[in-house]
Write a protein that binds this ligand. Structure first.
Ligand code: GUN
Ligand code: FE
Length: 435
């Protein structure tokens, strides 16, 4: 993609990646500024192949190489409750979510689900995710341990929830903040891992816990912050009674010091333009989860309002309220929601816009655009290989596609996990061997 998020190549392409092997060979003969695991070159085959004639090449005829997807908001302890029916957000939390998350005090359960969860991300071409664990530190340790083994770029954190939560997931105000700080020291910036300070949402944190989270966010400015805001109208009314002084739901987080770069808020549906401008001004981003919003009947994200206020946003699955780990399905749901909201403006979200908001825009929201989210020299080699012929129907449609935009649209509308032919993670040596 270029700086506007437009795809750059639609003919035969070549991606050159520095491997550990190539690096070892070249560093014995001459000084090199390249780094194993990073992209060396990306461009059209005709322009590049002579220069790299010696490089061993894997051919993917009729496939598309694209940046790995970024899932900006997903709950790993909810992997087993996707599709649990409930009458909106608050009953869903009470009936399914909190009981499911109770089990993550068990290390063996957490490890087992973490392994499955990460496999599911990779099967769907997701190479980086910002993940909610549960309120148990064990759940964080389990996910980081598994992600580290696979050298994944993964950001997660212990959920903070010290009130309005049942026994089994409710934590203690002071201990929860101590645990958070300890987990930051243990995991944050270790290889490709990052820590996110994670208050579940305003209704389940005391003022003390929320302000404590804000203090940690100030003390550790390169950690991430993740929470939920303005998802559901019952939730909004509840927040109004708990925080009557705040101008809006989002303003509760501003007062606690929780809006800043690297802060990501899921949903952002029932905001006004003052809220959206506040997000823009504080470099706080929205994680937009249309399959979740449609499943729980929460409402429709306003893409037009996000555009005219400059509020940063990127796409996310929000599993388990979200119904799919597959970015293609999330993009399709976003397309439907955008269509509904902008019927007067015609075609709402172009396929390349949707794609950008599941890759480069996610990286920008995380402040990691110099590392991931695109296929450009110097970025980490996390990429996917897509198969436009993965199913009979998709293949027929792909044969009729005359432009790259049409081909991407066919993948979004007709594609699923089968279309993710290969997910490539940058090898471990990239970051541990600084030159
Ligand atoms: N708000 C607070 N917790 C949650 C959660 O687990 N999922 C969703 N979708 N919204 C929430
Ligand atoms: Fe969520």
């Amino acid at each position: 993609f270029d700086s506007q998020g437009q795809p750059l190549f639609d003919s035969d392409g070549l991606l050159i990646v520095e491997t550990a092997l190539a690096h070892a060979a070249s560093s014995t003969t001459k000084a090199t500024s390249s780094r194993p695991g990073l992209i060396v070159a990306a461009g059209s085959y005709s322009a590049l192949h002579r220069q790299y004639a010696e490089v061993p090449t894997t051919h993917w005829p009729r496939h598309i190489i694209a940046p790995g997807f970024i899932d900006l908001h997903v709950h790993y302890p909810q992997t087993d409750i996707i599709g649990a029916p409930a009458d909106g957000l608050l009953p869903w939390l009470e009936q399914y979510t909190f009981p499911a998350e109770t089990h993550f005090s068990s290390d063996s359960h957490a490890q087992e689900v973490a392994v499955f969860f990460l496999q599911e991300l990779l099967r769907n071409g997701v190479t980086t995710a910002l993940v909610f664990a549960s309120s148990h530190p064990e759940s964080v340790n389990a996910l980081f341990t598994q992600a580290q083994q696979q050298h994944l770029r993964l950001i997660t954190g212990k959920v903070l929830q010290d009130r309005n939560s049942p026994e089994g997931v409710r934590d203690d105000t002071e201990q929860s903040l101590l645990d958070t700080e300890q987990l930051i020291h243990r995991w944050h910036q270790h290889e490709r891992l990052g820590y996110a300070i994670t208050p579940r949402f305003a209704p389940t944190s005391s003022h003390q816990q929320l302000y404590g989270a804000g203090e940690l966010a100030l003390q550790y400015p390169d950690t991430w912050i993740q929470s939920h805001v303005a998802e559901n109208l019952d939730e909004l009314r509840w927040v109004k009674t708990l925080y009557p002084q705040a101008r809006s739901y989002l303003d509760v987080y501003r007062q606690a010091g929780l809006l800043r770069p690297r802060a990501i808020y899921a949903h952002c549906i029932h905001l006004d333009d003052a809220d959206r401008r506040l997000m823009h001004d504080t470099h706080t981003a929205a994680a937009v989860s249309p399959t979740s919003n449609l499943f729980l009947g929460s409402g429709f994200f306003d893409f037009a309002a996000a555009k005219h206020t400059g509020m940063p946003w990127a796409l996310a699955s929000d599993v388990g309220a979200g119904t799919s780990f597959c970015p293609l399905q999330t993009m399709l749901a976003a397309y439907y929601v955008g269509r509904e909201g902008q019927t007067k403006e015609g075609l709402s979200l172009a396929p390349s816009t949707l794609w950008w908001h599941h890759t480069g825009a996610g990286a920008a929201a995380l402040g990691l655009h110099n590392h991931i989210g695109n296929l450009q020299p110097g970025l980490e080699a996390d990429f996917v290989v897509l198969d436009p012929h993965a199913s009979p129907l998709l293949s027929r449609r792909s044969q009729q596609a005359n432009t790259l935009q049409e081909q991407l649209f066919a993948l979004i509308v007709l594609g699923d996990q089968r279309a993710i032919a290969h997910t490539h993670i940058a090898p471990r040596i990239a970051l541990s061997n600084a030159l």
